[in-house]
Design a protein around this ligand. Structure first.
Ligand SMILES: [Zn+2]
Length: 143
């Protein structure tokens, strides 16, 4: 188990020793500490290749944008995730809540899990074997 605290403003989880929210900058001095399962990297493959991911409670999936300097945590651009392939710069995100959830970030073409289109901004639990469609790319969540 890991000790975490939830931001009183954006409700996202932070490490227990964070004094300010790593996502929105809100002070966490008053936020209660509680136990949660240890953060575990999700295993995600694309075309049978395992994606290299940073160990974070939140991973934004999208495509890098050179003019603005934007680089998502999971950059699909080198994997064919271009604008023409229907991938948005900020397309979806994975969020750790003791298990992994996926949330569409209001992308132009939507995020599909097992062929069902996610409602924007509504997190959904991921189950091992789930196929995540982002534009024309297919990612498989293995757990
Ligand atoms: Zn926050």
């Amino acid at each position: 188990m890991a000790q975490v605290k939830a931001c009183p403003d954006c409700e996202r989880r932070n490490a227990a020793d964070n004094t300010v929210c790593q996502f929105c900058g809100m002070t966490l001095e008053q936020a209660p500490i509680f136990d949660a399962p240890d953060l575990a990297l999700p295993k995600i493959t694309i075309n049978d290749r395992v994606l290299k991911l940073p160990l974070q409670v939140e991973l934004v999936i999208g495509r890098a944008d050179a003019p603005s300097g934007w680089i998502p945590d999971v950059d699909l651009l080198p994997l064919g995730g271009t604008a023409g392939a229907g991938v948005s710069r900020r397309h979806a995100r994975l969020v750790w809540y003791g298990h992994w959830q996926i949330q569409d970030l209001g992308s132009a073409n939507g995020t599909f899990v097992d062929r069902h289109r996610l409602a924007p901004d509504m997190p959904q639990d991921l189950k091992p074997g789930a196929v995540i469609q982002i534009g024309r790319l297919y990612l498989v969540y293995h757990g």
